[in-house]
Design a protein. Structure first.
Length: 231
């Protein structure tokens, strides 16, 4: 399925300017629902500047209205002119995040050695030379490199990482590792967020308001901490 050119910025605009559910926004932008929740709570690494998908000819107002009327409606990308995308070389990474690349590379090398250097280079936006230097510990800053999840660092999305892990595992003839440590908490969080949003919408409609009041929503970190303390 086609995705917006700038998914996180698009998600930010949809959160601020529509009453679409987080599920709908996540599906349209190709993000995980928790990424959308982080954007809504302003807990992302940096405050995103929203990008209007209507002005970008990626979505129509008719589609947005359909989605707002039906929470189960899946938004359809507007088929416009082909967007110019980078096809060769490493992906662009914001200057503020480039210093985190070695940590993300080290995490992948440690947790998913089956992924090729070429695939890591495309995913993180780096070179084979850098990857090799981190692998054999000859990198100039190796003493300060700490393996960290590249998704947490904002270097890639969970969907992209899962896809590349699955592809590498299939090529290597092994079973892809699935992280289920927070699966129960994640599902509970998604259900709670959905219930709170629907309740806020019902309250707003009962009060005769044009738009639902902003629900008091918890972040994943808050809910997970609460669940841990209860256990």
């Amino acid at each position: 399925m086609a995705q917006p050119l700038m998914p996180h910025a698009t998600a930010s605009w949809l959160v601020d300017n529509t009453s679409l559910s987080f599920d709908q926004i996540a599906e349209f932008c190709g993000l995980h629902i928790l990424e959308v929740q982080a954007i809504a709570d302003d807990t992302a690494a940096t405050k995103l500047t929203g990008r209007d998908p209507v002005r970008a000819h990626e979505l129509t107002m008719d589609e947005i209205e359909k989605g707002q009327k039906d929470p189960n409606y899946v938004l359809k990308m507007l088929k416009g002119p082909e967007q110019v995308r980078r096809t060769k070389g490493p992906r662009y990474t914001p200057v503020s995040k480039r210093q985190d690349k070695p940590d993300g590379i080290a995490w992948i090398l440690r947790n998913h050695p089956e992924i090729s250097d070429g695939a890591i280079g495309k995913l993180i936006g780096t070179t084979r030379t850098t990857i090799a230097a981190i692998r054999d510990r000859s990198h100039w800053n190796i003493a300060n490199i700490v393996p960290k999840d590249p998704v947490t660092l904002g270097l890639t999305s969970q969907r992209e990482l899962d896809a590349i892990v699955a592809k590498a595992a299939k090529a290597a003839g092994i079973e892809a590792q699935v992280d289920t440590r927070l699966e129960g908490d994640r599902e509970a969080l998604i259900e709670q967020l959905r219930a709170e949003r629907q309740a806020a919408t019902r309250d707003a409609e009962a009060a005769g308001e044009d738009a639902p009041a902003a629900p008091v929503e918890h972040t994943a970190e808050t809910l997970f901490r609460s669940n841990s303390s209860n256990n």
